[in-house]
Design a protein around this ligand. Structure first.
Ligand code: UD1
Ligand code: CA
Length: 457
């Protein structure tokens, strides 16, 4: 759906108050850059024609951030040097074909903005300007909305305000729906005669008012949705609010989150109903968790696909799949495209890397399985190591089904251990073991066949 509304996002500011080498709008909240959140809200509001005013450090990242936020295409306009929000809009206007419709302008440092508020600003677009405002607790560094009677007369920046003006609690949110032609006229007239020697976009409001144009205030229902991020204290506060919002969405959809304050979720996760998240759990990038699975405490999952009824405690799972009914942890590390089969168990101090474990495999303790295939129901004893690296190359270990790998076995790859084979405790396996064979020792040697059970007489 396209509304035919064009948007300009102001993202060129230096962000000096962040005291960072990284541009402000690229600082992350809940695993996504600040700019991503603004672009995602625009997309959700149906705004697809987006121009971003950037600086040289932001420009190289714009396409990737926008694509990830769901925008097929955005325009960047460079603003060098950065002479204020009014100057940023002048740059944007210079880079755009003049239009006759509505031009939405919003700060790139308002990651909490929601599509619904953007939609309300757009809905008021028959006026010269819809100005989003919010009542906020004082003190605040926001620009104050100064009224003359009922009408909006101007905006005064906190740094230019008198004490009486600072006592006003109606704030300029940093989100505006302008009649573009009227904005062009007002923007051309801006000057930088103020405390910061900047061209303030907010000075257009006084011009509109003086020219008798209708300015419609659109009050945000919750001021927290328009909070700006100017320093790292505000960054953490905004991230906590976003995280809470994500947690609440999942809780309303049937996920139990025991402690949302210590559960950190990125957007775009897929969590089935009746998933339980225990404290100190972080779920990132494309993670999917199936119904009735329990994650945490102290779990970190990135790009993990977890089946149903799985239990993952005190563990790290990255770029891997965990099957239904699997048990992982405590203190396990599953990574590098590992696949843990249905009902398999990965216990204490077990690491898997590019390891495919069949259904019912048990690796309970102190084990490294790297570049390995392990067949169904095989038991991997405590201390087993796949020696997959010879100093130059990585090699594969293949273990069949129903095998028994004794404690402290070293499997020197490349090596294959057949179905139902056994390695004794402490074996150093440097040659393939055929199906059903039993080996032990260093280097491991063939043992006699297990004697057949004596028939009961
Ligand atoms: C701005 C508003 C203020 C409002 C507040 C809401 C102005 C003058 N003031 O103040 O009324 O209450 O937002 O959060 O607009 N930017 C550029 N180029 C520049 C300067 C800034 O692109 O030359 C971008 C920044 O990257 C930022 C946004 O514009 O995303 C706002 O700039 P910032 O300096 O943070 O303005 P505030 O002082 O917060
Ligand atoms: Ca700001």
């Amino acid at each position: 759906m396209s509304l035919g509304v064009r948007a300009v996002v102001l993202a060129a500011g230096k962000g000096t108050r962040m005291k960072s080498a990284r541009p402000k709008v690229l600082h992350e909240l809940c695993g996504r850059p600040m700019l991503w959140w603004v672009l995602r809200a625009l997309r959700d509001a149906g705004v697809t024609d987006v121009t971003i005013v950037t600086n040289g450090e932001v420009t190289p990242h714009v396409a990737a951030v926008a694509g990830d936020a769901g925008h097929a295409h955005v325009r960047s306009v460079l603003q060098e040097p950065q002479l204020g929000t009014g100057h940023a809009v002048q740059m944007a206007l210079a880079g755009l074909e003049p239009g006759t419709g509505t031009l939405l302008v919003l700060n790139g440092d308002m990651p909490l903005v929601e599509a619904e508020l953007i939609a309300r600003a757009i809905a008021a677009r028959e006026h010269a300007l819809a100005l989003v405002t919010a009542r906020m607790p004082l003190p605040s560094s926001f620009g104050r909305v100064v009224r003359a009677g009922d009408r909006v007369a101007r905006i005064v920046e906190a740094r230019d305000a008198t004490d009486d003006e600072l006592a006003l609690d109606e704030m300029n949110a940093g989100l505006y729906a302008y009649d573009e032609a009227k904005l062009r006229a007002a923007a051309a007239e801006l000057t930088s005669a103020n405390a910061q020697n900047e061209y303030y976009l907010t000075d257009t409001i006084a011009r509109f008012a003086a020219g008798g144009e209708r300015i419609v205030p659109v009050a945000a229902a919750d001021y927290r949705s328009v909070l700006g991020v100017n320093d790292r204290v505000e960054l953490a506060a905004a991230a906590a609010l976003l995280n809470r919002r994500i947690c609440e969405r999942h809780m309303r959809a049937g996920v139990t989150i025991v402690d949302p304050a210590t559960t950190f979720l990125e957007p775009d996760l897929t969590l089935a109903p009746d998933v339980t998240l225990l404290p100190n759990t972080t779920l990132g990038r494309k993670t999917v968790v199936g119904a009735h699975s329990e994650i945490g405490p102290n779990a970190r999952l990135q790009n993990a696909r977890v089946g149903e009824h799985a239990v993952l405690a005190d563990c790290v799972v990255v770029d891997s799949r965990i099957g239904d009914f699997a048990l992982v942890g405590p203190y396990a590390h599953v990574r590098g495209e590992s696949e843990i089969g249905t009902g398999a168990r990965i216990g204490n101090f077990v690491e898997t890397k590019r390891a495919v474990l069949g259904a019912g495999v048990k690796a309970g303790h102190l084990t490294y399985l790297g570049d390995a295939h392990v067949g169904e129901r095989t038991n991997v004893g405590a201390g087993t190591i796949t020696c997959n690296y010879d100093g130059e190359n990585k090699h594969e270990t293949t273990i069949g089904a129903d095998a028994f790998i004794g404690s402290n076995s070293s499997l020197v790859a490349p090596v294959t251990v057949g179905d139902r084979a056994l390695t004794g405790a402490g074996s150093v396996v440097i040659r393939d073991v055929a199906p059903g064979e039993r080996v032990a020792g260093n280097p491991a040697r063939l043992l006699p066949k297990k004697p057949a059970p004596t028939p009961d007489l």
